[in-house]
Design a protein around this ligand. Structure first.
Ligand code: OOG
Ligand code: MG
Length: 264
């Protein structure tokens, strides 16, 4: 396995940053150079996030990815990963999403958390309601910078900030609300038709475990999760490719919905 040099890490981060800003596709790195380790992949991701911060973006949270079997199988990758969410990725609920400048956007239904305290080290499932101001339903819009939304390895998707593009935060309930989260139905709708469907337990057996895993993954990378962070738990179902003139809705039983119309 190739170990990346600092110069390679910085070059890869710049390439992905330009691809995102200028909307062009790049070849997955591992196709030419072979695979590289996850530690280096997270370094490329972190350098890319620094470039965004230098251009004025602010970190507002994290996303977990590949936390359900459906997603793992759709992408052919079987390890949960994280990416970083910045303020410019946040799309208001019901705001239109314009397809035009994007490469190959897809949407997927998610559960989100907003934390009410700094979290570091480890977090247990039982603690999740107490450390969350709210828990709700979200839609994530993915848009990989790689050609044809195809990457060859886990490091490539980590380097590309876990294919993230935008997210919509929909209805929510206070974190302490007692609901049978693993049994709640979560649906992805196109117009009024359900196109994908799952229950909360599709996410690591219990959606709260996604927040616990994130805290642990961040700790392994020497980081903590600040109070007020937005956290996406990872999609419960596979993602669907976006088309113009579509209304995309994520619906979570007993909680509500997140919606965006797709415009050309
Ligand atoms: C990777 C990102 C996965 C999720 O919710 O599982 C993700 C990808 O699908 O390209 O966001
Ligand atoms: Mg996702």
């Amino acid at each position: 396995m190739t170990k990346l040099t600092p110069a390679q890490i910085s070059e890869m981060a710049k390439t992905l940053h330009r691809a995102r800003c200028e909307k062009f596709e790049v070849e997955p790195f591992s196709k030419e150079m072979g695979t590289y380790d996850l530690e280096d992949a997270y370094k490329v991701q972190a350098e890319g996030i620094n470039l965004r911060i230098e251009s004025g973006e602010k970190i507002i949270g994290y996303k977990m990815g590949l936390t359900s079997k459906a997603k793992m199988e759709q992408m052919g990758l079987h390890t949960p990963i994280f990416g970083v969410l910045t303020n410019v990725m946040h799309l208001e609920n019901h705001a239109p999403f314009s397809l035009t400048p994007f490469l190959h956007p897809k949407a997927e239904p998610e559960i989100y958390f907003i934390t009410n305290q700094d979290l570091s080290g480890s977090l247990s499932l039982e603690d999740v309601p107490r450390v969350c101001e709210k828990i709700g339903v979200a839609l994530e819009i993915l848009d990989s910078r790689y050609k044809g939304f195809k990457y060859f390895s886990l490091p490539d998707v980590i380097a590309d900030n876990a294919s993230s593009s935008h997210f919509v935060l929909g209805d929510s309930v206070p974190g302490s609300t007692v609901l049978d989260w693993p049994q709640l139905k979560i649906d992805l709708l196109s117009n009024t038709e359900i196109v994908e469907s799952a229950t909360g337990d599709a996410i690591l057996g219990h959606p709260f475990l996604s927040l616990c895993s994130l805290v642990e993954l961040l700790a392994q990378n020497g980081k903590s999760l600040p109070k007020g962070s937005v956290v996406l738990a990872g999609a419960a179902t596979i993602a669907t490719a976006l088309q113009a003139e579509q209304i995309i809705k994520g619906q979570l039983q007993n909680v509500g919905s997140a919606v965006f119309p797709v415009v050309p």
